[in-house]
Design a protein around this ligand. Structure first.
Ligand code: ATP
Length: 221
């Protein structure tokens, strides 16, 4: 297995890049998707969230009302700690399980982690950063994702800065242009990924390093 992290600010194009890499044959472990999975109706995580925060965090169909949770933790740091203490271990375990499932293969495994700069993780062979100027983030979030501008800017402001992300990047994708401009960069990225050494088949995933960065969950539908 070759194991690399992928990160970028909200709306920078992580999912777009993941999907292009998947087309090349990469295996994507998508942290956001796992967060949603571990909170599905019937999960122990959802039961604990309902127990701690009350039935108000459940939608009428029994699923998690992510907006209700976001509203609670937005103004209450202790509630955010409780939320993270319930959700993070379950997500970590599932991510580890998927890495372990891959470790005896020769696959390129990409961990798509939106807050990888805020919550660094050891044991990766490199970090890919999808880089766009803030104005492009705002434009795409408002144009394609239905955010209003103030909300988009507030969410961007709660994340690491562009500069902080670039400081620790091993491979930078410039996604300020159109998709045609991204394609050749993906080709180069794929060559780089394939040139990395295979990890040993008994590779043990390393848990993320806790840090005080912004961790307010974003509610993405
Ligand atoms: P999030 O942080 O919310 O998970 P993301 O980083 O995964 O977002 P995407 O969902 O890939 O970002 O991209 C955000 C939006 O911008 C999407 O609608 C996507 O189709 C669009 N987009 C991404 N890259 C480009 C590009 N190069 N040109 C035009 N639109 C793009």
């Amino acid at each position: 297995m070759i194991l690399v992290g992928l990160t970028g600010g909200i709306g920078s194009g992580k999912s777009t890049v993941s999907s292009l890499l998947e087309d090349k044959g990469a295996v994507i472990i998508d942290a956001d998707a796992i967060v949603r999975e571990v909170q599905l109706p019937g999960s122990p995580v959802l039961a604990k969230l309902a127990e701690k925060f009350g039935a108000e965090v459940l939608a009428s169909d029994g699923s998690l009302d992510r907006q209700a949770v976001a509203n609670i933790v937005f103004t209450d740091p202790d509630a955010l700690k409780v939320l993270n203490a319930i959700v993070h271990p379950a997500v970590g375990l599932e991510m580890n399980r998927r890495m372990i499932e891959q470790r005896t293969t020769n696959n390129v495994v990409i961990l798509d982690i939106p807050l990888l700069t805020e919550n660094p993780r050891e044991g990766l062979q490199g970090k890919i950063v999808v880089d766009v100027p803030v104005e492009v983030q705002v434009e795409r979030l408002t144009k394609f994702r239905g955010f209003d501008e103030a909300d988009a800017r507030a969410r961007i402001g709660r994340q690491a800065t562009r500069e902080q992300r670039l400081e620790t990047a091993d491979f930078v994708l410039d996604n300020a242009g159109d998709l045609a401009a991204l394609e050749p960069q993906i080709e180069k990225l794929w060559e780089w990924l394939k040139s990395l050494p295979q990890l040993p088949p008994d590779y043990e995933p390393v848990t993320p390093i806790p840090n005080a960065g912004p961790k307010t969950p974003d509610t993405k539908s």
